[in-house]
Ligand binder design. Structure first.
Ligand SMILES: CC(C)(COP(=O)(O)OP(=O)(O)OC[C@H]1O[C@@H](n2cnc3c(N)ncnc32)[C@H](O)[C@@H]1OP(=O)(O)O)[C@@H](O)C(=O)NCCC(=O)NCCS
Length: 229
């Protein structure tokens, strides 16, 4: 297999410089795996073999601050196990984590944007991702980055845990944007709090009858309100 390209791109956010690069050096992969285990792997584990395979297929971006890991982002250009399926002109964002001390600076969004540019250059037309509904920080980051919540699946990965399926078309389309529909329901998500059974049931019902998230807004520092119609 070809070694991953290790050229790095410096970006400056809030007076801090981050170097963004790909790479597959074993020591860095160990650090990324342990960061992933802490936040994402506890819900859906990533094996070292899968991480290596993603890195070798150009799906890993690493953010370094003063030569130390600050965050990473993973994208799949092809499925890595039978739980994921997507078309050949689609790619799946597979997890982004930013170390606590570097959050709220825009680094997570910057990593996602760089993955998006890479995907566009490979001819990818649509990005997909799944996210737990209680992970409101990630839901809001993706909504801010123009992803739409297109589905809600109660058992997407077969782990009995619900996921939003979020998607973004990344090629310019000549289609007119759909007319906004009046919302018929609304519900609130709170970061790091498991949604109530009522909220989960309501989401499942709304998506099963073809309702979509039409709009959202941060209701307070702690609550995101989704409008469904
Ligand atoms: C989700 C995560 C990657 C966001 O990283 P980040 O670098 O802090 O994100 P950004 O600074 O780019 O945030 C972009 C927007 O997302 C929203 N957001 C991010 N964190 C939030 C939080 N804790 N609560 C509410 N909104 C949040 C905000 O709208 C923010 O924009 P603003 O700063 O202008 O208000 C980070 O919280 C993280 O590493 N979480 C643990 C791992 C994880 O769950 N990853 C997602 C799985 S895919």
């Amino acid at each position: 297999m070809k070694p991953a390209n290790t050229n790095s791109t410096p970006i400056s956010i809030d007076g801090k410089t981050f170097n963004i690069r790909s790479g597959d050096d074993p020591e860095m992969l160990e650090q990324i795996k342990s960061l992933d285990d802490q936040y994402i792997g506890i819900h859906y584990p990533l094996t070292m073999e899968q991480l290596k395979a993603i890195a070798h297929k150009d799906g890993l971006l690493i953010a370094l601050h003063q030569n130390k890991l600050a965050g990473y982002s993973l994208i799949l250009f092809e499925p890595i196990d039978k739980q994921h399926s997507f078309a050949s002109d689609e790619a799946m964002l597979y997890g982004t984590t930013v170390k606590k001390e570097f959050r709220h600076l825009g680094l997570g969004s910057a990593l996602a944007t760089m993955q998006e540019i890479k995907a566009k250059n490979k001819g990818i037309k649509k990005l997909k991702l799944t996210v737990r509904p209680e992970n409101a920080a990630a839901v809001l980051m993706r909504l801010k980055n123009n992803f739409q919540i297109n589905d809600f699946e109660s058992n997407y990965f077969g782990d009995e845990s619900p996921r939003f399926v979020m998607e973004k078309n990344i090629i310019e389309s000549s289609e007119k944007p759909a007319k906004p529909v009046n919302h018929r329901a609304s519900l609130a998500l709170t970061p790091d709090q498991k949604p109530s059974q009522t909220t989960l049931t309501m989401l499942a019902m709304a998506f099963s009858v073809g309702m979509k998230v039409q709009a959202y807004y941060p209701e307070s520092d702690q609550v995101i309100r989704l409008l469904l119609g």
